[in-house]
Write a protein that binds this ligand. Structure first.
Ligand code: BGC
Length: 229
């Protein structure tokens, strides 16, 4: 029997899931529910269990989580709730779903769905927060939290281009800010390729520097297979 992976993306705004075949292609539609408020560990876990319950059978679970993750334990969750500090998400979700669970930062999972695996590749995701992931020859360099680095006038990158900023200043100004962020990323990191994704990538309307490309939002889930390689 081929191995089926349940891929889950925990977002600040939505919880998403679908099933993946061994080659990483989706075998179901993506299902989604709004992220519970407050997004405590117990409320999110309950919502996830209910979300995936109607899906067909699967053998293992990959989770993209919007914060720092070390060995399946969540360390930070800036856009969820303080209860995620030092929470063993892999163990707890495994207990509830009765399957092995692996957890990685959400941008890290997203990137695995799009990178080519050569040289330095970087991913930025524009969602509730600003996700960032770096890979060298296909190997993920964990937990680069560019989101919380100062960018300008005491504001972090995430303050500058996260969802609240987009809602506050509108698409036109937000795109100008994103262009400045992208320029800074190229100057600082010099990747071979820069991929842009996340739920708000659909609002991107700017000239992209060479080597920069927009990826599909479903990639947030497709990278789930890579967690088992
Ligand atoms: C978190 C990152 C996460 C990003 C997107 C940021 O606030 O610190 O870990 O990848 O949001 O969800």
């Amino acid at each position: 029997m081929p191995t089926t992976t349940l891929a889950i993306d925990i977002g600040g705004t939505g919880l998403k899931a679908l099933l993946l075949a061994p080659d990483g292609t989706a075998t179901t539609e993506r299902v989604r529910v709004p992220t519970p408020k407050p997004a405590t560990t117990s409320k999110v876990l309950e919502a996830l269990v209910a979300l995936v319950q109607p899906l067909p059978a699967y053998d293992r679970v990959s989770v993209g989580f919007p914060g720092v993750v070390v060995d399946g334990v969540t360390r930070t969750a800036p856009n969820l709730d303080p209860s995620w500090k030092d929470f063993d998400l892999a163990a707890e979700l495994g207990r509830r779903l009765h399957r092995p669970v692996r957890v990685l930062n959400d941008a890290g999972v997203q990137g695995y769905g799009v990178i080519e695996g050569q040289g330095l590749e970087m991913v930025l995701t524009f969602g509730t927060g600003l996700g960032c992931a770096l890979y060298y020859n296909g190997v993920y360099v964990p937990n680069l939290e560019l989101a919380h680095h100062p960018f300008k006038h005491g504001k972090t990158y995430e303050d500058y281009v996260g969802k609240p900023a987009l809602e506050d200043i509108g698409k036109k100004k937000w795109n100008k800010r994103v262009a400045r962020v992208i320029a800074q990323v190229w100057t600082t990191w010099n990747p071979h390729k820069l991929y842009l994704g996340g739920g708000n990538a659909k609002h991107l309307d700017l000239e992209l520097p060479p080597g920069t490309q927009i990826t599909s939002n479903v990639a947030g889930l497709l990278g789930g297979i890579a967690l088992w390689k």
